[in-house]
Design a protein around this ligand. Structure first.
Ligand code: ADP
Length: 407
């Protein structure tokens, strides 16, 4: 089965075509700067040469036409138009109504729209991307995958904020959790690696890339997570502050005269690694600056590692008496032995011990980095959100075929 995965942002459309029989990526690319004077197209067909082109792209519909032309066209195509059997659309927020991947129906579109306010930067463009793709490919199933779905198993005592219940009941003000496909993939691959049934896995996974989140997995299911109602909670990130005493926001507004949009801009785009280091939001730059003696960069890394460590310890309390694994994933988690070491340094209290040589050797690949006497296995699992989404899509499509729904 060939599945096209679409991830639409407000001015971008990322795509990837996966062959589920061979589990390979047939092609991938992205259309950026949609609606601006000059748009940017990048595309990499399988083993072929990468392509980069600038041209005006008026809207998501035009972007979708370009995508189809690239992947099925004579010049750069990797498969025929009729070989695309399903399309996956990634939505960040499904609110409290969505717990799994689903075919996109009128009812689902209503739910997606109902959650526009909870993910204003993500849900509206993703819906636009879906509408454009549906117009071009009306004959095949379109499946919605929601970042929040994997965390729908978090129980109320863990997802509720301690504010009057009406705010949750009426406005869905509660913790949701994100990076669902990444944490789910990490859990499946960890269980596979450890040779245990997925339904028995107790672990903490930490996704550390541009965005950062951790999840506690008990019996293979998400039971708690560091991110919350929105995407700036828990650990600090590239440009986001993570957890913050609410009084900081009141003080900024009341005493510093800052407006709510200004505070939001500060906390989402100018904080985290960037804010503390004053160097960059990219961990590689911050590490390089710290190695050259930049004290602010070193402090930013210290703060980043402290928060990660604190969340790993806090989330581990959900696992009762057995933690099978601590799992590092995403850009920093997969590629930086230094940051993994910084984070694990304070986790001896949980019986977590790294093997320094193994830690240094594992970069961008699956591997165990804990020592033989560590009471918890520490693993690196490269994230593969696209494959996770494609697997879920395939399962939904097969179920639809079985019930005759796809026809
Ligand atoms: P996203 O998809 O959220 O943009 P990624 O998962 O690609 O993010 O992770 C990006 C982060 O990973 C950046 O901060 C980058 O500096 C970091 N990163 C990638 N490789 C390394 C490395 N070798 N050492 C340290 N950090 C790295």
């Amino acid at each position: 089965m060939n599945i096209l995965i679409i991830n639409s942002g407000s001015s971008s459309l990322k795509f990837q075509c996966l062959d589920m029989d061979s589990k390979t990526t047939k092609c991938k690319g992205q259309i950026e700067r949609i609606g601006l004077e000059t748009g940017l197209i990048t595309y990499k067909p399988g083993s072929g040469d990468a392509l980069r082109k600038e041209e005006k792209i008026t809207d998501h519909g035009a972007a979708m036409a370009i995508v189809l032309d690239l992947i099925t066209g004579e010049e750069h195509g990797v498969l025929g138009y009729s070989d695309i059997e399903a399309v996956t659309h990634r939505f960040v927020h499904g609110g409290d109504k969505i717990s799994k991947a689903e075919p996109i129906t009128e009812d689902l579109i209503r739910i997606i729209k109902d959650n526009f306010d909870l993910a204003p930067l993500h849900n509206p463009p993703a819906l636009k991307g879906f509408l454009a793709a549906k117009e071009h490919m009306p004959h095949i199933p379109h499946i919605g995958i929601f970042d929040t779905a994997f965390h729908s198993t978090i129980p109320p005592e863990n997802y509720l904020y301690a504010i009057p219940g009406i705010y949750n009941e009426k406005y869905q003000i509660r913790k949701f959790g994100f990076h669902g496909a990444s944490h789910k993939w990490a859990a499946l691959k960890t269980a596979e690696y450890l040779g245990m049934p997925h339904e028995e896995l107790n672990s903490v996974s930490i996704h550390i890339g541009g965005g950062v989140s951790a999840a506690a997995i008990r019996g293979g299911k998400s039971i708690d997570t560091s991110v919350g109602f929105g995407t700036n909670a828990g650990m600090s990130m590239g440009t986001r502050s993570g957890d913050l005493d609410t009084d900081v926001i009141f003080f900024m507004q009341e005493n510093l005269g800052m407006t709510i949009p200004e505070i939001r801009e500060l906390l989402y785009r100018k904080s985290g690694l960037l804010g503390l280091s004053e160097v960059s939001s990219d961990m590689r730059d911050v590490i390089a600056a710290a190695r050259e003696g930049n004290k602010k960069a070193a402090l930013a890394i210290g703060n980043f590692s402290h928060l990660a460590r604190r969340y790993i310890a806090a989330l581990s309390t959900n696992l009762e008496d057995r933690m099978d694994a601590l799992v590092f994933t995403a850009g920093i988690g997969e590629n930086s032995p230094f940051i993994r070491e910084e984070i694990c340094r304070g986790l001896g209290i949980l019986g977590i011990r790294l093997d320094n040589d193994k830690n240094k050797a594992v970069k961008g690949e699956t591997g165990v980095i804990s020592s033989g006497d560590s009471s918890v296995k520490v693993l690196v699992i490269p994230t593969n959100e696209e494959m996770m989404m494609a697997i879920e899509t395939r399962d939904v499509v097969l179920a639809m075929n079985n019930t005759g729904e796809a026809k």
